[in-house]
Design a protein around this ligand. Structure first.
Ligand SMILES: Nc1ncnc2c1ncn2[C@@H]1O[C@H](COP(=O)(O)OP(=O)(O)OP(=O)(O)O)[C@@H](O)[C@H]1O
Length: 487
């Protein structure tokens, strides 16, 4: 552990950064040491990503100072030795993996015949961090699923001839369990080699398991710094400004049985892992989880339901979809928060085909308040923090008149207070008769469902109900061999 006498690798003093009227950083003071993992936690919009962009030299502060490795005014290429894996992804989608690696390493890679070294670096680093990955250096980034793009984003940040400070901004929001463990093993290895690492995350369990110290940010400032060994998740939660919200998970006894007495809201034919015919069925008013490790067909189920009835698929005509990949298919970047939020609700609010601006405005203000969207209704959506953008996309679905809501890992990057409120919102909306089908990469979220189907290789590996839905059960169903493959 570092003592006060150690020279910090990075020192931030009274850093202030404003965007128009928004004070994103209101006087941050923080030291970061070589050979430590420093966690940064805080509510959506607390200023975490802004601070990281300042440390990487991407944004200049208005006042205060930032010194890294003895340098206070970084060259246009950023502070030497500081690399960052970005929350929203920084890869050029129309280029291949190796081309992306080359772009960020052009300063030290050969100027000619760089394809091969770039491909070798990409393959070697991906294999080192994520041994079971299946990404090829020639793959186009746009063709990769979100989790693979995240793997490349992380690998890209570490491919350099000089790594002193590695910044990971919410690196695990789209990774599943084993990839998360692999990443943190690599982080520990870097720490042992003397690299300083900053880990920004809303996942407090991960923060406490991998960090040496944790800084809590609130409203643009660091309000406390703890030794990770001295605090609990609850302590961090309270320091972030949390009230203890009791989120009720579904109790098996209380869970509504899938008894068929309610109308069917969605039905989709499937097979079991033993190749028996089966189906995913959601009755009106149920919250149905689609669980299992990432990429096992959960998104295809949502996609088939989104495309609508046809063949043996049955689903209500009024449905809404919350995509997990907000950059690609979620936000409407040229519009403000209000337009992004109300777009699907407008027809339902109109009278005789004429828009009712007053009703639209009150709908928007209700949801902005309910989800505490920092930035307000008139802010451009791209000026919002990542978690706040995600809240707007969730609000858009619930503000519509949809009977069936399809959630594709919807709470990526949303802070824990807001998540707790969203879990309650889902329950309330289900009680009102809406049906929710919900894929989450966080198994613990599935506990808020009435029933959950665990998927493996596009098939149903099992169905859990109420209190049966646990991390352990989901993991074991995700890996146990089927009778067919075991035979
Ligand atoms: N480019 C920008 N233009 C205008 N406002 C911005 C911009 N970037 C950030 N902000 C504002 O600065 C504040 C801090 O945002 P920041 O992205 O740093 O928060 P964060 O703590 O990383 O949040 P999250 O957990 O949601 O990622 C927010 O109010 C945000 O709206």
């Amino acid at each position: 552990m570092n003592s006060k006498d150690d020279v910090p690798l990075a020192r931030i003093q009274s850093a202030v950064k404003t965007y128009g009227p928004t004070r994103a950083l209101s006087g941050v003071t923080l030291d970061i040491y070589a050979g430590e993992v420093l966690g940064i936690v805080g509510h959506n919009g607390a200023g975490k990503s802004t601070l990281m962009r300042v440390l990487s030299g991407l944004e200049a502060i208005d006042s205060g100072s930032v010194t890294i490795g003895g340098i206070s005014s970084p060259p246009h290429t950023g502070y030497p030795g500081v690399r960052m894996a970005y929350q929203e992804g920084s890869l050029a989608p129309e280029l291949s993996v190796k081309e992306n690696i080359y772009i960020s390493s052009a300063a030290w890679m050969p100027r000619w015949r760089w394809h091969r070294p770039a491909a070798e670096h990409a393959a070697a680093r991906l294999a080192e961090i994520f041994p079971d990955h299946s990404i090829r250096p020639a793959d186009f980034v746009d063709d990769l699923p979100l989790a693979d793009r995240q793997r490349v984003e992380i690998a890209r940040a570490t491919i350099t001839d000089d790594l002193r400070l590695l910044i990971l901004d919410e690196p695990t929001e789209s990774l599943s369990g084993s990839a998360v463990d692999q990443l943190y093993d690599y982080v520990r290895k870097l720490r042992a080699g003397g690299t300083g690492i900053i880990l920004v995350s809303h996942r407090l369990t991960e923060i406490l398991s991998v960090c040496d110290r944790v800084a809590v940010m609130k409203d643009g400032a660091v309000v406390s710094v703890y030794r990770a060994a001295d605090v609990s998740e609850r302590d961090l939660f309270m320091a972030m400004g949390g009230e203890v919200v009791v989120t009720e998970t579904v109790d098996a006894a209380a869970a509504p049985a899938a008894d068929g007495s309610r109308p069917v809201a969605a039905r989709i034919p499937m097979t079991t892992v033993d190749a028996e015919p089966a189906e995913i069925i959601a009755y009106k008013g149920e919250v149905i989880g689609l669980a299992g490790i990432a990429g096992q067909g959960q998104e295809q189920v949502l996609d088939r339901l989104w495309r609508g009835s046809g063949g043996d698929v049955k689903v209500s005509a009024r449905r809404a979809y919350v995509p997990g990949d907000r950059q690609r298919s979620g936000i409407l970047p040229l519009w403000d928060v209000a337009a992004n939020l109300s777009i699907t609700a407008i027809p339902g609010l109109a009278r005789h085909g004429i828009r009712r601006i007053d009703r639209e405005a009150s709908l928007v203000s209700k949801w902005v308040d309910l989800l505490n969207v920092r930035g307000g209704a008139r802010a451009p959506i791209t000026g919002l923090s990542g978690g706040n953008q995600q809240k707007v996309i969730v609000a858009r679905a619930f503000a519509s008149d949809a009977e069936v809501i399809l959630l594709d890992d919807p709470f990526r990057g949303v802070d824990i207070h807001t998540k707790a409120e969203l879990y309650q919102l889902i329950r309330k909306e289900a009680d009102k008769g809406r049906t929710i089908l919900w894929y989450s990469s966080e198994n613990s979220e599935m506990q808020h469902c009435d029933r959950a189907y665990v998927l493996r290789a596009n098939r149903i590996a099992g169905e859990l109900r109420g209190a049966q839905i646990s991390d352990e059960r989901i993991i074991s169903l995700s890996f146990i061999e089927s009778k067919e493959t075991a035979a």
